[in-house]
Design a protein around this ligand. Structure first.
Ligand code: TPP
Ligand code: MG
Length: 329
């Protein structure tokens, strides 16, 4: 599926952006785990290992396009351009956070960046993203709506209803399943009838694509065609990105209770950042020293974000119910 044609035409600046964004996500997630271990953050779902999926897709998006996520969404937010200072402050419940400290890790949203929200209710953002696509159509814009969800969420009715509506109305929606092989401890092989999420697209007459979600270049290629189709009014695409979460479902979860060390090592050997680094060096887009400079820049950015979050105040008590409920006139 991947051709050298598309890859050969990717601008160096875009390639570097993809590398840097994946590294920034990883540093953010490593810090989130530290914050959790220290007790300052009450729980987080790590996206370490899955960075390439949203980065390859969001490389094609504009600020006025839309992204909707799930409970494991830090990587979606960073790939869409949300500020890491505000994200870290949000994780720590501080008033300087994206949601003034009242959303936390699972509700990060930034309207200015088109990040309409992470969401802790599995599968719930899929129909919302479909409605967002319908809104773009009604307003006659060429905006695109992208929803990221897991292999577990793909077994919910919300996906099937949404695929049907998006297909008959040719809505500009990308349905991106991050198949990390597990829904909590339930393996993909057990829960997915037919053994494929992407194949289900055939029943709705839309393209269904299986892609190596640990290759940002493959993600970029598949994302480019899906975004092009959506903007051109040709309708939705269902993408199944095959990926892996390196850690447990959430902080205290030990994944070795339901998967093997050998399996983990198999996927970690195909790490998206290491592969992109190799690609950039081998094809002379950047030197090792330049990439190490980018790594340091990302580490520094997360150190600064953590300081920003820690130093920021909690919301005042009299703000407890503001921004939480809609006020009717
Ligand atoms: C409607 C609903 N059911 C159950 C849960 C509990 N829950 C949270 S995450 C999760 C697993 C989701 O798996 P998947 O969609 O594959 O995403 P992943 O965690 O692998 O990224 C479940 C069952 C929930 N949050 N919402
Ligand atoms: Mg999963």
């Amino acid at each position: 599926m991947a051709t050298t044609t598309v890859r050969g035409t990717i601008a160096k600046q875009k390639l570097i952006w993809m590398y840097e964004t994946m590294v920034l996500i990883r540093r953010f997630e490593e810090q989130a785990r530290r914050e959790q271990d220290s007790g300052r953050l009450r729980g987080t779902h790590s996206a370490i290992g899955q960075e390439a999926v949203p980065v390859g897709i969001c490389a094609h998006l504009r600020d006025d396009d839309f992204v909707l996520g799930n409970h494991r969404s830090h990587h979606h937010c960073i790939a869409k351009g949300v500020d890491v200072n505000e994200m870290m402050a949000e994780l720590l419940g501080k008033v300087t956070g994206t949601n003034r400290g009242k959303g936390g890790t699972m509700h990060i949203a930034d309207m200015n960046k088109g990040m309409l929200g992470a969401n802790g209710v599995v599968g719930s953002n899929i129909p919302v993203a479909t409605g967002v696509g319908l809104s773009a159509r009604v307003r006659k814009t060429d905006q695109v709506s992208v929803v990221f969800f897991g292999d577990g969420a793909a077994q919910q009715g919300s996906l099937h209803e949404s695929l049907n509506l998006a297909a008959i109305w040719k809505l500009p929606v990308l349905f991106v399943c991050e198949n990390n092989r597990y829904a909590e401890s339930t393996p993909f092989e057990y829960s997915v009838a037919g053994g494929s999420v992407a194949n289900r697209a055939a029943g709705y007459g839309i393209p269904g694509v299986t892609v190596d979600g640990q290759s940002v270049l493959d993600m970029y290629e598949v994302g480019g065609e899906a975004v092009r189709r959506a903007r051109a009014g040709e309708g939705p695409t269902l993408i199944e990105a095959q990926t892996y979460r390196y850690f447990g479902h959430y902080g205290a979860d030990n994944p070795l209770g339901y998967r093997t060390k050998e399996e983990q090592e198999f996927y970690m050997a195909k790490d998206c950042i290491a592969r992109m680094r190799k690609h950039l060096v081998e094809n002379k887009f950047a030197t090792e020293a330049e990439l190490s400079g980018i790594d340091k820049k990302c580490t520094d950015a997360i150190v600064a974000a953590t300081k920003f979050g820690v130093d920021s105040p909690f919301p005042k008590l009299d703000e407890l119910t503001t921004d939480v409920y809609i006020k009717y006139p």
